[in-house]
Design a binder for this molecule. Structure first.
Ligand code: GDG
Length: 485
C-alpha cells in the first residue's frame, strides 16, 4: 500500500488524536497503518528569516514523520489571518459583507503555499498519495504540480462551498479555481457543496462536465464528490451518566457547544431561548441553556464583536428572567475538558445546534452518539449545517427564524419517549454508517482509483505554470460559456 502524505495548516498531536473523536482519530489511524508523513505549521511565529526556510523540522511519532514549519509574523498576518480567515472563511460561509479583500493578502497566501510545496517536494516518494486539507491550502496542489509532482493529490474542504455568485465575488477566484483544478479529487462535505462548486466551475471558468462525471477545467480533469465527515462513534457511546453540577438538580438542560464564531448562530440561539421563556412562562425556572463557547481567532475584530454581543445578550436575558436559584443561560467562554463534554451531552435533554452555515458540524453527531438509548434527548439542528443533509430525523430549524426555534424547544421538551427513541435510533444508525473511518477510507479509496488513471498535462516549471495560468485567464475572459457534453 502506498504511503499517505497529509498536508494541513496545523499538525495535530498524534498522541492525543484518539481522544479527539473527530477527523483527527481516523487520520492518525491511517497514518499509522500506512506509515505516513504529515506536514503543517507548528503554530510558532518567527522573524522574516522563516520565509526563506524550506527545510521543515522532522520528528517521528508512532511510525509517522511529522514535518513542521514556522511562519513569519507577516505570513501569519496575511496568509493565515488575512486571506484564509478574513477572505475565504467569511465568503465560503456566505458572509461577503465582512470579507476584507485587502491587497497583498493573496500574494502572501500563495507564497506560503509555495513554501509548503518546496518543503514537501524533497520528502516525497514516487508512489505516495498526497491528501491536502482545507481552505488555507487551495493552491498547494498547483504548486506541487509546478515542481513536477505527478502523484495522486486529493483535496478535502472542511467548510461549505458558497453559491457560484458569491465565489465569483472573490477577486482572485480564477486563481483559486486553477488551484482546485490541479487536484485529482476534491472532497466536499455535502451534495449541495458539490453542486455549488460544479456550478461555479462552469459559470466562472468555463469548466465542462465530462461523460464519466468528472470536470474538465484548465486542461485538467478532476473528480468532485461528497464525503461527509463523521465521528469515532464508540468514543461517545457507553459513557455512564456522571453527575454534572446542576442548578437546581431538576433543571432540564439545553446544550450548545460551538467555537465562538460568527458562523455558529449564537446570538440567534440566545434570542430564540429568550423568546421561548417569554412565550412559554411555565418553563421558566425549569429549563437552562448551557452554552459552551471556547475562544477562537480572538485577535480578529469580527470575533471580538460576536463575543461582546453574546456577553450583552446573556447578561440581558439572565437579568430579565434569572432568580436567586436559577440562571437561564450558563454561558461558558472556555474550552471544556473532553471527558466533561461527553457527560454533558448525555445529561442534556436537547442538543441545540443552530449554525447559520457550517461545513458539517460534528457536535450534532457527538450529541446523538452520547445519548442514553433508554431515555434519549432530542437534537434541534439548523438546516444550514452540512449535517442536516444526513440527519433528517432531527428537528430541523431555520436559524434565522427565532420564532420557529423557540417553538422547536417546546416541541422537543414535550416529545414522548417513543418518538425520541425512534428519532434517536435512526440518527444513530446514520452516524454509525458514516463514521470518521468510513470518511477517511472512502476518500482515500476514491483518490487511489481516480488519481492513478489521470494522465496529467503538468507544466514543467513554476514560470511555465504562471504563464499558462495567465493565458487561460485571458482566454476565459473572451470565450463563450461552454456547455456540459
Ligand atoms: C470545521 C468545520 C466541520 C468544541 N468545543 C469544545 C470541543 N469542541 C469540539 C467538538 C467537535 C469540534 O470541537 C468542533 O467541530 P465542528 O464540526 O462542530 O466545527 P468546527 O470547529 O468549525 O470544524 C465543520 C469540521 O471542521 C470537520 O470537518 O464539521 O463544519 O467548520 O469535535 O467536540 N472539545 C472540547 N472542549 C470544548 O470546549 N474538548
Amino acid at each position: 500500500m502506498s504511503r499517505i502524505v497529509l498536508v494541513s495548516n496545523r499538525v495535530a498531536d498524534l498522541a492525543k488524536a484518539s481522544q479527539a473523536g473527530g477527523v483527527a482519530v481516523a487520520i492518525a489511524d491511517t497514518l499509522h497503518a500506512r506509515k505516513g508523513l504529515w506536514l503543517g505549521w507548528n503554530g510558532r511565529i518567527g522573524d522574516r528569516s522563516e520565509e526563506l526556510r524550506t527545510r521543515p523540522d522532522l520528528t517521528e511519532s508512532d511510525g509517522t514523520t511529522i514535518a513542521t514549519l514556522s511562519l513569519s509574523a507577516r505570513e501569519h498576518d496575511d496568509y493565515y489571518t488575512g486571506y484564509s480567515n478574513n477572505v475565504l472563511w467569511p465568503v465560503f460561509h456566505a458572509r461577503l459583507d465582512i470579507a476584507q479583500f485587502e491587497a497583498g493578502y493573496y500574494q502572501r497566501y500563495l507564497d506560503v503555499n509555495k513554501r509548503f510545496a518546496q518543503a514537501l517536494r524533497p520528502l516525497l516518494n514516487a508512489d505516495d498519495t498526497i491528501w491536502v486539507h482545507d481552505y488555507h491550502l487551495i493552491p498547494l496542489g498547483m504548486e506541487l504540480r509546478a515542481l513536477g509532482v505527478s502523484n495522486p493529490i486529493g483535496f478535502f474542504l472542511h467548510i461549505p462551498v458558497p453559491p457560484a455568485q458569491m465565489f465569483l465575488a472573490i477577486p482572485e477566484h480564477r486563481e483559486l479555481a486553477r488551484g482546485l483544478a490541479s487536484y485529482d479529487l476534491i472532497g466536499l462535505q455535502t451534495k449541495v457543496d458539490v453542486g455549488n462548486l460544479i456550478d461555479y466551475l462552469q459559470d466562472g471558468v468555463f469548466g465542462r462536465i465530462l461523460q464519466d462525471g468528472r470536470i474538465r477545467a484548465f486542461d485538467r480533469e478532476l473528480a468532485i464528490a461528497s464525503f461527509p465527515v463523521g465521528i469515532d462513534v464508540d468514543s461517545f457511546i457507553g459513557s455512564r451518566p456522571k453527575r454534572v453540577r446542576e442548578q437546581p438538580p431538576t433543571t432540564i438542560r439545553l446544550l450548545g457547544v460551538d467555537r465562538l464564531d460568527y458562523t455558529k448562530g449564537l446570538p440567534q440561539k440566545f434570542r430564540a431561548f429568550n423568546r421561548f421563556l417569554e412565550k412559554y412562562p411555565d418553563y421558566r425556572r425549569k429549563v437552562t441553556l448551557s452554552q459552551i463557547a471556547p475562544p477562537t481567532r480572538e485577535t480578529m475584530a469580527a470575533y471580538a464583536d460576536i463575543r461582546h454581543e453574546l456577553e450583552t445578550l446573556s447578561g440581558r436575558i439572565n437579568g430579565r428572567y434569572g432568580e436567586l436559584d436559577w440562571v437561564p443561560i450558563q454561558y461558558i467562554h472556555r474550552t471544556a475538558p473532553r471527558k466533561m463534554l461527553v457527560d454533558i451531552y448525555r445529561n442534556s435533554r436537547i442538543g441545540f445546534v443552530t449554525p447559520l452555515r457550517d461545513g458539517m458540524n460534528l457536535v450534532a453527531k457527538e450529541y446523538v452518539a452520547a445519548q442514553d438509548p433508554n431515555d434519549p434527548g432530542v437534537l434541534i439542528l439548523s438546516r444550514f449545517a452540512g449535517a442536516a443533509e444526513q440527519m433528517k430525523e432531527a428537528l430541523i430549524v431555520n436559524p434565522y427564524d427565532v420564532e420557529e426555534m423557540a417553538n422547536s424547544i417546546k416541541v422537543a421538551l414535550e416529545m414522548g419517549l417513543t418518538e425520541r427513541q425512534e428519532r434517536y435510533q435512526a440518527l444513530l444508525a446514520g452516524v454509525r454508517r458514516n463514521n470518521t473511518y468510513v470518511w477517511c477510507r472512502s476518500f482515500l479509496h476514491a483518490l487511489d482509483s481516480v488519481g492513478r488513471r489521470n494522465p496529467l498535462a503538468i507544466p514543467s516549471s513554476p514560470s511555465d505554470a504562471a504563464r499558462k495560468a495567465l493565458q487561460e485567464i485571458e482566454l476565459a475572459r473572451v470565450s463563450p460559456r461552454m456547455q456540459p457534453n
